[in-house]
Design a protein around this ligand. Structure first.
Ligand code: XLS
Ligand code: NI
Ligand code: NI
Length: 442
C-alpha cells in the first residue's frame, strides 16, 4: 500500500471524534468518549463495541417483500473473491473511522463458498490473511467468529439437528474451520447461534434425538477448541424462532437447562440479543438477570425490535432506558471479560446511503455511553441496591438465616409458625417509587 494511493470508500468522512453533548455534528459522538474513565475503567474497555460484518458490510437491506436498496458504490453485484477482498478494505475503513475496537463475522460473510468444501476453505484462508493484515494495520480486534449454518440449502433441515447425518458432518467440518480461523485471528470468542436448529412441524421431528445430536456437536466443538489451544470463550445465542417456528435455544432459561442437562455449562456462556429476548416474550433485563444469576452472561448482541412488527427487525438501540437497564446488568456482573457490545443491528431499508451506517453506530454507541454513565450513577447513589437488600432483610437473621443455612426443615418451620400464629404483609413492593427513582437519573 506504501506509495500507492489508498482507495477511500467513505470519502468526506474522517475519524469520528467525541465532541460532547452540545455538539450539533451528526458525525460526532456526544456521549461516547473512549478515553473517559467511569468507575476506574475507560468507556472503551467497559463497552467493547463491535461491528457486525453480516449487517454492516454484507447487508443489502432487502426484506421479504422487496429486494435490497443499499447503495454501496464499491459493490459490483457479485460474490467473487475480488469483491470479498474489497469488502475487507471497506469494513476496516469503516470500523477504523468509527473507532469501534472490535468486529464479528460469519465465515460466509467474509468469503464465498466454492465448488467443494476444500475450495470453500481455501477461499476463507485467502480472505483471513487479509483480515489479519487489516487487523494489524488498524488495531481492530475480532470479538467473535461464527459459522453460517443456515443460509445454504444443505441446511434446510438444520445443521447439528438435521435429519441427515451427512449434514451434521458438513456442519462439523465447517465449524472446525471457523473455530480455527477465529483462533488464528486472535478472536476473543466463538458464537453458536442455531439458526435452523429447531423445527417447522413436530409431525416429522424427533426432538430427543435432535437435542442429543446438538449436544454431541457442541461437545465435539469443545474438544476441538482444546486440541488446538484456542482459549476464546464459547457462547450460545438464544432465539425462540425465525427462521424456524421453534428454536431449541429459545431463551436464556432454555439454553441453561440444555447446557446443564448435557454437561456443557462450564464450556459455554450466553450471548444475549435484545430483539431475541422480546421475540421470546421477555425483556432484555429479564434475560440478562436469568443469565447473571447462573453466572453465564458472556456477551451482548445489541439491537432492539419494533414491538409493532412481529419479527427480528434488528434495529439500532437508541432507547436510553434500555441501555441503562443493560449497563446495570453488565456492571452488576463485574463488566465484560471476553464479551462486548456487538451491534447485531441493521439500518432501515429506507436508510440506504453509506453515511447512514455511521449515524446508526454513532447513535448506538452514544446510547450505551449514556446508559453506562446513568447505571454507574444509580449504583453510586445506592438507593436502588439498598432497597432490594432491605427487601430481603428477613433472610439475614433469625428464621430466614436458619432456612438459608439449611438448619431447619418443615417440622421446625411448622412449630415456628404455630407459635407465631400468622403474618400480615408489611412491606410494599414500591414499584412506582422505584420507577420514579430510575427516572431521576435518566
Ligand atoms: C440472528 C442472529 C445471528 C447471530 C450470529 O438472528 O442474531 O446474527 O448473532 O449468527
Ligand atoms: Ni445475534
Ligand atoms: Ni438476531
Amino acid at each position: 500500500m506504501s506509495a500507492k494511493m489508498k482507495k477511500e470508500f467513505f470519502p468526506g468522512i474522517s475519524k469520528i471524534q467525541f465532541e460532547g453533548p452540545r455538539s450539533r455534528n451528526p458525525l460526532a459522538f456526544k456521549h461516547y468518549n473512549p478515553e473517559e474513565v467511569v468507575d476506574g475503567k475507560t468507556m472503551r474497555d467497559h463497552l467493547r463495541f463491535s461491528v457486525t460484518y453480516w449487517h454492516s458490510i454484507r447487508g443489502q437491506l432487502a426484506d421479504m417483500f422487496g429486494s435490497g436498496t443499499a447503495v454501496r458504490p464499491w459493490e459490483d453485484g457479485t460474490n467473487s473473491m475480488k469483491m470479498a477482498e474489497t469488502r475487507v478494505r471497506v469494513a476496516f475503513e469503516f470500523i477504523d473511522k468509527l473507532g469501534a475496537p472490535f468486529y464479528a463475522f460469519h465465515d460466509r460473510d467474509v468469503a464465498p463458498e466454492g465448488a467443494s468444501l476444500r475450495e470453500t476453505n481455501a477461499n476463507l484462508d485467502r480472505i483471513v490473511r487479509i483480515l489479519k493484515e487489516e487487523q494489524q494495520r488498524t488495531g481492530v480486534r475480532l470479538l467473535w467468529g461464527t459459522a453460517c449454518l443456515f443460509a445454504h440449502p444443505r441446511f434446510v433441515h438444520g445443521a447439528a439437528t438435521s435429519c441427515n447425518a451427512d449434514v451434521f458432518a458438513y456442519a462439523a467440518a465447517q465449524v472446525k474451520k471457523a473455530i480455527e480461523v477465529t483462533h488464528l485471528l486472535g478472536g476473543e470468542g466463538y458464537v453458536f447461534w442455531g439458526g435452523r436448529e429447531g423445527y417447522s412441524t413436530l409431525w416429522n421431528t424427533d426432538i430427543k434425538r435432535e437435542l442429543e445430536h446438538l449436544a454431541k456437536f457442541l461437545h465435539m466443538a469443545v474438544a476441538h477448541r482444546k486440541s488446538i489451544g484456542f482459549k476464546g470463550q464459547f457462547y450460545i445465542e438464544p432465539k425462540p424462532k425465525e427462521p424456524t417456528k421453534h428454536q431449541y435455544d429459545s431463551d436464556a432459561a432454555a439454553c441453561l437447562n440444555f447446557l446443564r442437562e448435557f454437561g456443557l455449562k462450564d464450556h459455554l456462556k450466553l450471548n444475549l440479543e435484545t430483539n431475541h429476548a422480546t421475540l421470546a416474550g421477555h425483556t432484555m433485563q429479564h434475560e440478562m438477570e436469568v443469565a447473571i444469576a447462573a453466572d453465564a452472561l458472556g456477551s451482548i448482541d445489541a439491537n432492539t425490535g419494533d414491538l409493532l412488527l412481529g419479527w427480528d427487525t434488528d434495529q439500532f438501540p437508541t432507547n436510553v432506558y434500555l441501555t441503562t437497564e443493560m449497563m446495570l446488568g453488565i456492571l452488576k456482573m463485574g463488566g465484560f471479560s471476553t464479551g462486548g457490545t456487538n451491534f447485531d443491528a441493521k439500518v432501515r431499508r429506507e436508510s440506504f446511503e453509506p453515511v447512514d451506517l455511521f449515524h446508526a453506530h454513532i447513535g448506538g454507541m452514544d446510547a450505551f455511553a449514556r446508559g453506562l454513565k446513568i447505571a454507574s450513577a444509580i449504583r453510586k447513589d445506592g438507593r436502588l441496591a439498598g432497597f432490594v437488600k432491605s427487601r430481603y432483610s428477613s433472610w439475614d437473621t433469625g428464621i430466614g438465616a436458619d432456612i438459608e443455612k439449611g438448619k431447619v426443615g418443615f417440622k421446625q418451620l411448622e412449630a415456628y409458625m404455630l407459635k407465631k400464629g400468622d403474618i400480615t404483609p408489611n412491606t410494599s413492593g414500591r414499584q412506582e417509587f422505584l420507577e420514579n427513582l430510575i427516572n431521576e437519573f435518566i
